[in-house]
Design a protein around this ligand. Structure first.
Ligand SMILES: Nc1nc2c(ncn2[C@@H]2O[C@H](COP(=O)(O)OP(=O)(O)OP(=O)(O)O)[C@@H](O)[C@H]2O)c(=O)[nH]1
Ligand SMILES: [Mg+2]
Length: 451
């Protein structure tokens, strides 16, 4: 497929003054439109050319570098021209306007990548990965986007699909030769393969929560009784006086959220109102309700208790009722105000004693957070990071399970093929290439069984 017909233009770099700003055009008239106000050598493909752009009255608009990528060897698969100008907002706007005067149209959001997808330069999941890559702020989010663009996740999705197509091809062959009662696909091998796939998809489906958290910032709720030192801890972790601290219980009323980069992860730290059984007024009650809501949404909880007032065992005993939910996210127990203790408690997994006020134990706590996130899979490269993928994989999983049930109960080849087709189509939606013809194409190219 080539050419959506018109030529689009947009500023490809950030909309802010900078040393350089790039205007990009894509479409059949890209070069012609630019040449109309370009003064310099006729651009050779994929070479940067120095030249100038002129206003209609002949005055100098800017000195630029121009690169021409003829179709199909460009990002969009169409003719593309990139103009690197001085990054002045005035110049960038004028260059875009000059292109529009020459017949280009302002691109819609994502339109370059859309064209790349329609021209098969990028698959759908790759296009999503490009968007993620641009948004990624942490090493972990970057790793995830890269994995989806060309790495382990990308490979995994394609391997599942290729395996399913392979199996389907064999089953289709069996159906073609049904009178002869041959079995091209060994049922035992089929079962082994499907069981392996089922296990892998199961793990992927479980990874969705962590994948989404890594992509968008991992929500970590700081909770505990009033006056435990939650806001002091938030401030200490941020190294900034963000939340109000006071010795009055019930100081924090609403939730306070801040981003923190730690160990390659982007965290969303959420300070909450202190939890107690009998709130003094309606505002405190509302604060507690919000705190509990944050607990339910959190990926990890820092449960802060005043170690001078409460032992770890007591904190553990009372926490579930205070947190107000049965299914709690993973917890790191933070014994605060350790400066007031005469003996330091014995170390334990998921327990850290600190003094938020004078900073002792903070590094240990930070290390414990990173370690916990890694134990929860946040460091993996093959995580589902998009709801769309989660839905497709869920449907693929249902189909794979049905296929396994059919296999085990001696179901017919036709029904089996139907389930594998469904699984294959579901995964094909992830990559954006649901083409049933592909299955047929596979049979012919591999087996050459006539016309
Ligand atoms: N000795 C000591 N005092 C601390 C420490 N951390 C906090 N405090 C004090 O404890 C009091 C309460 O601290 P906050 O951080 O406001 O406590 P909070 O848990 O946010 O309280 P609420 O917002 O009311 O739920 C303040 O007077 C702090 O100075 C600590 O590590 N050691
Ligand atoms: Mg507070």
């Amino acid at each position: 497929m080539n050419g959506m017909g018109d030529t689009i233009v947009a500023v490809a770099t950030a909309w802010a003054p900078a040393a350089i700003g790039i205007v990009r055009l894509s479409g059949p008239q890209a070069l012609e439109i630019v040449l109309a106000f370009w003064e310099g050598k006729k651009p050779r493909p994929r070479q940067a050319h120095y030249g100038v752009l002129r206003e209609a009255d002949g005055s100098l608009l800017d000195q630029v570098l121009l690169t021409y990528f003829p179709a199909p060897h460009s990002y969009t698969g169409e003719d593309v021209v990139e103009i690197a100008c001085h990054g002045s907002l005035y110049i960038l706007r004028r260059v875009v306007e000059r292109c529009i005067e020459g017949g280009a149209r302002l691109a819609r959001p994502g339109e370059f990548s859309l064209r790349a997808f329609l021209n098969r330069k990028l698959s759908l999941d790759q296009a999503e990965a490009v968007a993620d890559l641009i948004q990624a702020q942490s090493a972990a989010a970057h790793r995830l986007a890269m994995s989806q663009l060309t790495g382990a996740y990308y490979e995994k999705v394609r391997r599942f699909r290729a395996q399913l197509i392979e199996l389907l091809a064999l089953l289709e062959l069996e159906l073609d030769f049904s009178e002869e009662d041959v079995e091209f696909a060994s049922r035992a091998q089929l079962e082994t393969l499907l069981v392996a796939m089922q296990t892998e998809i199961q793990a992927l489906l479980r990874s969705y929560r962590v994948g989404q958290a890594v992509r968008q910032g991992i929500p970590i709720a700081i909770v505990g009784r009033p006056n435990a030192g939650k806001s002091t801890l938030l401030n200490a972790l941020l190294a900034e006086d963000r939340a109000i601290v006071s010795d009055l219980p019930g100081t924090t009323r609403d939730t306070v959220e801040e981003r923190l980069f730690l160990g390659g992860y982007e965290l969303r730290l959420i300070d909450t109102a202190g939890l107690r059984e009998n709130p003094a007024d309606a505002i405190e009650a509302e604060g507690i309700r919000r705190a509990r809501e944050k607990v339910r949404q959190a990926f990890l909880i820092l449960y802060v208790f005043d170690a001078a007032q409460e032992t770890l065992t007591e904190a553990r005993t009372y926490a579930p009722a205070l947190l107000g939910t049965e299914s709690l996210p993973p917890i790191i127990w933070v014994g605060n105000k350790a400066d007031l203790l005469s003996v330091s408690p014995a170390p334990e997994a998921d327990v850290v004693f600190i003094s938020a006020r004078n900073g002792t134990g903070l590094q240990v706590l930070e290390a414990a957070i990173v370690q916990k996130l890694e134990a929860l899979g946040a460091g993996s490269e093959t995580l589902i990071a998009h709801a769309r993928h989660y839905e497709s994989f869920s449907r693929a999983q249902v189909a794979v399970e049905s296929a396994l049930a059919l296999l085990r109960n001696g179901g017919g080849t036709e029904l089996l093929a139907e389930e594998l087709r469904a699984a294959q189509a579901a995964i094909g939606e992830i990559t954006g290439e649901i083409t049933p013809d592909e299955v047929l194409g596979h049979i012919f190219s591999h087996f050459c069984i006539g016309k």
